[in-house]
Each structure stands twice: as C-alpha cells, then as structure tokens.
Design a protein around this ligand. Structure first.
Ligand SMILES: Nc1ncnc2c1ncn2[C@@H]1O[C@H](COP(=O)(O)OP(=O)(O)OP(=O)(O)O)[C@@H](O)[C@H]1O
Length: 365
C-alpha cells in the first residue's frame, strides 16, 4: 500500500520553479531516496512532504488523507536535517524528549521511550551530556533518536550524512538502515551521493531541474536508464550521440559519428527507454561492459584503438583507449594481475557487446 502520494506537485518561489508537475508514490515501509544534483528540487519536495512548504499546485496525500496544507506538527513525520538542528544547550535526553514534551506525554513514559531509543542508537551512556560536547557522528545519532522517538509514520532525512567524514558516513549508513528495518518506518532520504542512494534504497527517484527523470530500484536505474542524464549521473558511462540507420533480425543499427562506425544493438535487450526516430539519441555503455583486448575478438562491434592511459585502483583497472577522431572509450576490468595489464601506446581492440548497449534519448529540460 502506498503511504505517500504526490500528485502533479509544482512549487514555485517567485519566478523559480523548484519542482514541476511531480507524481510519486511511496510504499509502506519503503526506503525511498530522492537523488539528484544540487538545486534539482529534492529538499523542496521533502519539505512539501513534511509540511514546511505547501505546493503551489498539486496534492499531497498520506494514505487517503489530503495533507496538502496540513501544518508539519499535525503530520506525524520525523525529520532529520543536514545540520542536525539540535538544541545545543540541552542535554541529549532533553533533545530527544523534546517532541514528546510537545505532545504532552507523561514523565514516566517519556523517560522510558527516550531511554529505549537512546539504547537503539547506542547513546544511552550519553543521556546527560550537553549536545555541544558530542562528536558529529554522535550528534547525528541524537538527531535520529529525536526523529524516531515520536514514532513517526514517515521518517524524512535531508542529506543527514553530508557533514561526516567518509568512515563515519559508512558507519551511519549501516546504522540508519538497521533502525529503518527494525522500526519498519517508511523513509524518504535526500542525497546527491549516488553510492549512498544505490546501497541504501529500495527505490530511487532521480531528479534534475525540478523534474523527476526516473523512478526505479537501484539495479533498474543503473542498468536501464531512461535518458542520458540518468545514464551519466549514476555510475560511469561511455555516452555518444548516435543516429538509427537500420533494423532487422532482432537487431538495430546505429551510426556513431564520433567513432566513424556503426554499432549493432540487440533489440530484446535494447532498453526500456522510449524514443522516437526524431529524438536526439545517445548510446550508453558502462565501462565494465567494454572489452579491451590485444587480439581481435570475434563478434560484432569490434573497433581498433590505442591505449592512452591505464588507471589502477586496486580492485579494478580502467583502460582508456583512443579510437579514431580523438574519441576515448573507457573499459573497466577486475584486477587479474600484472600480466594482464595493457601498456600505454599498445594497439588493442575494443568490443562493445550488443546486449550491453543502451540507447537513450537526450533528457528534456
Ligand atoms: N525558499 C526559497 N526561495 C527561493 N528559491 C528557493 C527556495 N528554496 C529553494 N529554492 C530554489 O529552488 C530550487 C530547488 O532547490 P532545492 O533546495 O529543493 O534543491 P536541492 O535539490 O535540495 O539542492 P541541494 O542538494 O543543493 O540542497 C533551487 O533553484 C533553489 O535555489
């Protein structure tokens, strides 16, 4: 069952359209992420779910209840802000108890619930500490505890890890997921970090310029991008303009101008992106699908090139190959040992497997 329904939501700030005609459904217990670059409308959308902003047009519903203009304190959502927004002069206990006090809960029950949630976020030893005396990661845990203690129907997290260092961020990611699964709370998570989105989410909505580009599971978004923006924003890709030149026997043929050649694409694995002949089209192929070899492989879509650069990252090796007309393609392979590394300047062959190529239209603005 969907718990959050956004129907044809638009939000304008003067002449700026922050969010445009957005439709989204978020299911009960789902971990749902808004992903996109800075300024694309993620926070504005989250704030419309929280009630801090009301939409200029459109309807917000929680289950069947119209919440479009219901104030935040009547929505039973728990929010964690990027800067935590804690009360620095209060203790950890007082910060977490705040929402319960506002709800006029009795002293004994407040104590029990705060202590319980502090245990869950592993801060029970810190209840009497002032928040200003805590580390960033501990403050983030207090913010989480404060949001969860009110037993919200929906947990809203706005870039909650962006102020933490890389190691702490990993730790807190796991912590948030553990709590979300334990409480089974419907969660909306805002981030511009694709790794965070891919590793944590049940589903992701990819935003750009105030519009939702695609909604899907992490694997759908990565493997089946619906346009060039999604293909390029999530993960690495080789993206080249193409024009369709022919079709037949379950295959389609595209001219790749930058390659001065044609590529053949398997029709059944083409992709889910819809496009018309008149569209401005791109082919996208992930580096891990690009095969680079010293000897000419059999099969379609094999092109000669010269190794320009080899980048070693430990687990993987990225080989940049210069094709004709100055075009560079990158192929990524797992590290198979020094004897397999290709040398700069080596003549090689690049194969683009026909079932790994995706054809996508250019994203509309
Ligand atoms: N209160 C406001 N008044 C005027 N313009 C605003 C306001 N809030 C947001 N905007 C504009 O709306 C657009 C979307 O902003 P929003 O904060 O939702 O983006 P975002 O995707 O969350 O970005 P970030 O990752 O940088 O937080 C931006 O162009 C922003 O400048």
């Amino acid at each position: 069952m969907s718990i959050v329904h956004l129907s044809a939501i638009t939000k304008q700030f003067g002449k700026v359209t922050a969010v445009e005609d957005l439709d989204l459904q978020i299911g009960e217990g789902e971990f749902f992420t808004f992903l996109g670059p800075s300024g694309c409308g993620k926070t504005t959308t989250l704030r419309m779910v929280a009630g801090f902003y009301y939409p200029t047009k459109g309807v917000v519903k929680f289950n069947d209840r119209d919440m479009t203009t219901v104030p935040p304190e009547k929505r039973n959502t728990g929010m964690v802000f990027q800067n935590y927004a804690l009360f620095p002069h209060m203790t950890v206990f007082e910060n977490v108890a705040f929402g319960l006090k506002v709800r006029k809960l009795g002293k004994a029950e407040t104590k029990e619930r705060v202590e319980d949630v502090l245990k869950k976020v592993r801060l029970d030893q810190y209840a009497e500490r002032q928040v200003s005396q805590l580390s960033g990661g501990q403050q983030q845990r207090v913010a989480l505890a404060r949001a969860i203690v009110i037993e919200p129907d929906i947990l809203l997290l706005d870039e909650p890890l962006s102020n933490l260092d890389a190691r702490l961020r990993d730790e807190m990611r796991a912590e948030i997921l553990r709590l979300q699964q334990e409480y089974k709370i419907t969660t909306i998570y805002v981030t511009h970090d694709q790794v965070e989105a891919l590793t944590m989410s049940d589903r992701i909505a990819v935003f750009n310029f105030g519009k939702c580009q695609q909604v899907g599971t992490p694997t759908e978004i990565y493997n089946e991008p619906v346009n060039d923006f999604v293909a390029e924003f999530i993960g690495e890709t080789n993206l080249l303009p193409v024009t369709e030149t022919g079709a037949g026997e379950g295959r389609r043929v595209f001219r790749v101008d930058a390659l001065g050649q044609e590529v053949t694409v398997n029709e059944t694995t083409l992709n889910i992106a819809e496009y018309g002949k008149e569209d401005d089209l791109r082919m996208s192929i992930r580096p891990e699908a690009v095969e680079v070899s010293k000897t000419r492989p059999s099969g379609l879509n094999v092109y000669p090139g010269t190794v320009k650069n080899v980048q070693f990252t430990g687990a993987a090796v990225h080989t940049y190959v210069e094709m004709n007309q100055g075009l560079t393609l990158v192929g990524t392979a797992l590290n198979q040992g020094p004897s397999t590394y290709l040398k700069e300047g080596a003549d090689v062959f690049v194969r683009l497997p026909e079932d790994q190529i995706r054809i996508v239209p250019k994203a509309g603005v």
